[in-house]
Design a protein. Structure first.
Length: 190
């Protein structure tokens, strides 16, 4: 089993990186292979980082090697976790650019049925975390993914993992991240 985690934040050691690392460590404790990718790095190599629909179907002409690698890994993955800080009540532009470029994956149903989880972190307690999760989930739905929340057989949950900055001090969010990893494990073990 393999789970890909996509960090939408440009910060390699920020709140989203911490939450994704928590999920990754928990998944590894269940024997699941994980790999984390940076949306910022993946789109920074593209000749045009945002999609302009230059070809239909998408022929990946604007992709750099890092985005190609990310998409290849997403195709092979059993589950994908997408994380984003809250930017104006939604996901950050870097992650949205990655989703926009998934036209090439959507055209061949490459993510259809894959398990997807959304993670967010905001500066304040009610700072747009759930609207960010919903924006990520909308993009996962467009790709036909199966969305899960951080609930498991032992604990009901919410829409996604939502934290308040600093996430490494948000005990509830940490518990939800661990619960989400357990839920991924349970779904992959069926």
């Amino acid at each position: 089993m393999k789970v890909i985690l996509v960090n939408g934040s440009h910060k390699k050691d920020g709140d989203i990186a911490f939450l994704l690392s928590t999920i990754s460590d928990e998944l590894k404790s269940y024997g699941i292979d994980t790999a984390t990718f940076s949306a910022h790095e993946a789109i920074s190599q593209c000749t045009t980082p945002f999609c302009v629909s230059c070809s239909s179907p998408c022929d990946r002409r604007c992709f750099g090697e890092k985005l190609k690698t990310l998409f290849e890994e997403m195709e092979k993955a059993d589950a994908i976790v997408f994380g984003s800080p809250v930017y104006f009540g939604s996901m950050c532009a870097q992650l949205k650019c990655v989703f926009d470029k998934t036209r090439s994956l959507r055209g061949k149903n490459a993510l259809l049925g894959k398990i997807g989880l959304a993670v967010s972190c905001g500066a304040s307690k009610y700072g747009g975390q759930e609207t960010t999760v919903r924006a990520i989930q909308d993009c996962m739905l467009v790709n036909g993914m199966t969305i899960i929340g951080p609930s498991s057989s032992s604990l009901a949950g919410h829409q996604g993992v939502c934290a308040q900055h600093p996430s490494n001090e948000d005990d509830f969010a940490i518990s939800r991240a661990k619960s989400a990893a357990k839920r991924i494990y349970e779904e992959l073990s069926k």
